[in-house]
Design a protein around this ligand. Structure first.
Ligand code: F6P
Length: 324
């Protein structure tokens, strides 16, 4: 392997820049060339490439977003799109690809690998922490810190007005952000897709918390929660059924994806980048780099894509106890 390409794809996440930097510098360390591919698979199809030296990634470790930009490419799902992408890679002399992204990006990478037998390695970059084969994805820790900081602020105003807030957080169809940030911010209730609390138990829990003398209540709701109502409908429902509450809603949205990565995400990204490049140099392909029990690991990419992450049961129990 003489030239490695690197791209970021799907929803950006804090730590992606730190991972790009690590991939570029590991290539430089092993004296091979690294080419940055802009706008994910879109840029692969359009040949939007730029050679990256160790110095071209100075001072990006602390930056949110991704310097290579990102996209969700429809054209890459077609045979013609993939053929164009492959032609561009061959013309640029790129021998292998590091894909930084979530499971959608890995699925695209796997299809591409099957079609052209092109070596690829994945680095999990998403705030959702929903990838099998790693305890942490890049950006999850930073997003949690962002959410907790914001909920702390919401708490100030909630308790000044004795209000109940429904705070919707991201996470697609999993509740890892909601559960962790909810516990971290001392939420009164946490609604996640993995556990259907039910509307009756929600009301019961809110009544109990009011009765116990709390001056405010925060309910963290995962965007993929299956209680059957969105945060605005929940507000109406609670106001109809519980006169004692004045309710407000806060949907945190994309602010959760931005900001300077935490130290944890920067260190993790640095470790993953080194492993990704060195795995390719060992002649291996179709793996995802992960972290399990604080060890950098490799999981077959196919397993990473097919497997499902599980909600942390012990943390769920902690959350139940903390909300008493
Ligand atoms: O996967 C990351 C994520 O931020 C999810 O939490 C969210 O559901 C989704 O992406 C939002 O996607 P978009 O930025 O395309 O609206």
């Amino acid at each position: 392997i003489k030239i490695i390409g690197v791209l970021t794809s799907g929803g950006d996440s804090p730590g992606m820049n730190a991972a790009i930097r690590s991939v570029v510098r590991t290539c430089a360390y092993h004296e091979i060339e690294c080419i940055g591919i802009y706008r994910g698979f879109e840029g692969l199809i359009e040949g939007d490439f730029k050679s990256l030296s160790a110095r071209s990634v100075n001072h990006i470790i602390n930056k949110g977003g991704t310097m290579l930009k990102s996209a969700r490419s429809k054209e890459f799902r077609t045979d013609a799109g993939q053929q164009k992408a492959h032609d561009n890679l061959v013309n640029a002399g790129i021998d292998a690809l590091v894909i930084i992204g979530g499971d959608g990006s890995f699925t695209g990478g796997l299809v591409f690998n099957k079609a052209f037998n092109f070596p690829i390695i994945g680095i999990p970059g998403t705030i959702d922490n929903d990838i099998f084969g790693t305890n942490f994805t890049l950006g999850f820790d930073t997003a949690l810190n962002t959410v907790v900081e914001v909920i702390d602020k919401i708490r100030d105003t909630a308790s000044s007005h004795k209000r109940l807030f429904f705070v919707e957080v991201m996470g697609r169809d999993v509740g890892h952000i909601a559960l962790n940030a909810g516990v971290g911010a001392g939420a009164e209730e946490i609604l996640i897709p993995e556990e259907d609390l039910g509307l009756d138990r929600l009301l019961e829990s809110l009544r109990r918390s009011k009765k116990s003398g709390k001056s405010s209540s925060i309910v963290v709701v995962a965007e993929g929660d299956k209680i059957g109502k969105n945060v605005f409908e929940l507000k109406d429902y609670v106001e109809e059924n519980m006169e004692e509450y004045e309710v407000r809603v806060s949907v945190l949205g994309h602010m959760q994806r931005g900001g300077s990565p935490s130290c944890f995400d920067r260190v993790l990204a640095s470790r993953m980048g080194v492993k990704a490049v060195e795995t390719l140099l060992e002649g291996k392909t179709n793996f995802m780099v992960g972290i399990l029990d604080n060890k950098i690991t490799l999981t077959p990419l196919e397993k990473a894509v097919k497997g499902k992450t599980e909600i942390n049961k012990e943390l769920l129990r902690v959350s139940d106890i903390m909300t008493t």
